[in-house]
Design a protein around this ligand. Structure first.
Ligand code: ADP
Length: 409
């Protein structure tokens, strides 16, 4: 029998499932899609065949009651393209799992014990881990014979030293409740830091990189020789940079103040800081395109929101420069990082003394390729490196499955 080479990547949210089917012989995508509004009456499935130049996008609307029904619908779409999940060519299903705590430092083949541990982490990831678990259980029921691999958002950050990972609070209290900085977006930080090294023609071990993952959620990381030494998200994905709807860093006493003086409940404060803050809280929009458009029209609130966003970003670049001591590259990635040239320009402006500069012409180029946007004379490369979390999950899952197969021989 030939070795199976396909990996299905699943990213299960509370009411959505995103998926991609990849062929690991050449990292090509065979199909991708999304099921939204699961359990909400009018669910939507969008499926795009991608093999051999791709086919027409198919959209289906109608009720999809739960994740099991969603995955069944996905399996039917894939089967219609000749890519059924019962295919012997499927080597593994790779699952994005948000929180792996301190235990999961590597991608892991899922068994009952692993499921129990992911469950045990629900208190520190109440929104994400239950949804991830549902996706995994559903996929396991569908193909119980197939290796299912968990790839954790936190794993890349488990190399952080205690000096970066611990909050300066009472140690017993912190340990009793597993309160520490875990970091998120790790799959993206791992992929982008490695691709940045490749762009520089170096091995990951040879370079120090500051990665700025700027999507709706946003985080920065300091990566020394391929290992994460600091990152901006903490116990939860609320800490750090200004994001689309999240505040990022804030004086924790603001929360007491809101409770004691404004009479807000914990849940209201949670919603305020996670959903009604960041760019949306500052100016009513969280899409950087819209914010730039408003700035061009002279909108002052949008301009202030942009300035606050960039100010925080610049502070983290400076902080991680100091943490690393020597920086070879600053890499921008995700929706804002890959597309918003004005953010890149403003974040790097004034940092010439640190060897950082952006070439206006190179910065203006639109491309899906990883590229350098700093002038040739600059000591530190500034790069735009498109992230690809699905490919990274597929690669890690496939490598693990091959590894296990060869050690079982
Ligand atoms: P998510 O965190 O949801 O995965 P993405 O990485 O897809 O987010 O980033 C989404 C954000 O990227 C949008 O909210 C928007 O602010 C920004 N964005 C996307 N395209 C552009 C663009 N062409 N110009 C500026 N910003 C963009």
């Amino acid at each position: 029998m030939t070795t199976p080479t396909r990996v299905l990547v699943l990213n299960s949210g509370s009411s959505s499932v995103k998926y991609q089917l990849l062929d690991m012989r050449d990292d090509s995508r065979l199909a991708q899609g999304l099921v939204e509004r699961i359990g909400e009456g009018t669910s939507r499935l969008v499926h795009t065949p991608l093999q051999g130049g791709g086919g027409r996008k198919r959209e289906k609307n109608g009720p999809i009651a739960d994740h099991a029904a969603a995955l069944k619908a996905v399996a039917e779409e894939l089967a219609a393209d000749g890519l059924g999940l019962d295919s012997p060519e499927l080597a593994a299903i790779g699952h994005r799992v948000v929180h792996g705590g301190l235990r999961f430092t590597q991608p892991t083949v899922i068994d009952e014990e692993v499921l129990a541990e992911i469950e045990r982490l629900v208190p520190v990831a109440p929104l994400h881990n239950p949804a991830n678990l549902t996706g995994i259980r559903t996929a396991m029921a569908l193909r119980p014979d197939l290796p299912q691999v968990a790839v954790f958002d936190t794993a890349f950050h488990t190399t952080m030293p205690e000096s970066a990972a611990r909050y300066a609070i009472d140690v017993e209290t912190a340990d009793a409740h597993r309160i520490r900085r875990y970091g998120f977006h790790g799959t993206s930080h791992a992929y982008v830091s490695r691709e940045t090294a490749r762009l520089l023609g170096k091995e990951p071990e040879e370079v120090n990189v500051i990665v700025l993952h700027l999507g709706n959620g946003a985080s920065a990381s300091a990566v020394r020789g391929g290992r994460c030494v600091d990152t901006s998200m903490g116990l939860t994905p609320l800490e750090g940079l200004v994001m689309g709807t999240r505040s990022g860093d804030i004086d924790p006493a603001v929360t007491f103040h809101l409770k004691r003086v404004a009479g807000m409940s914990e849940d209201e404060i949670d919603v305020l800081l996670n959903k009604r803050s960041g760019l949306v809280g500052l100016c009513g929009d969280n899409d950087m395109r819209e914010i730039r458009r408003r700035i061009d029209e002279g909108d002052e609130r949008a301009a202030l929101a942009f300035d606050i966003y960039v100010h925080r970003l610049k502070k983290y670049i400076g902080a991680y420069y100091a943490v690393l001591g020597r920086v070879d590259a600053v890499a921008f990635t995700a929706g804002v990082g890959e597309n918003a040239a004005p953010v890149r320009e403003a974040a790097i402006a004034g940092l010439e003394e640190l060897g950082l500069a952006v070439d206006a012409d190179l910065n203006a180029v639109r491309s899906d390729e990883a590229r350098i946007i700093s002038p040739v004379y600059a000591r530190v490369a500034v790069a735009v490196v498109p992230t690809d979390e699905e490919l990274e999950i597929a690669r890690q899952s496939y490598a693990l499955v091959l590894d296990e197969a060869s050690s079982n021989e």
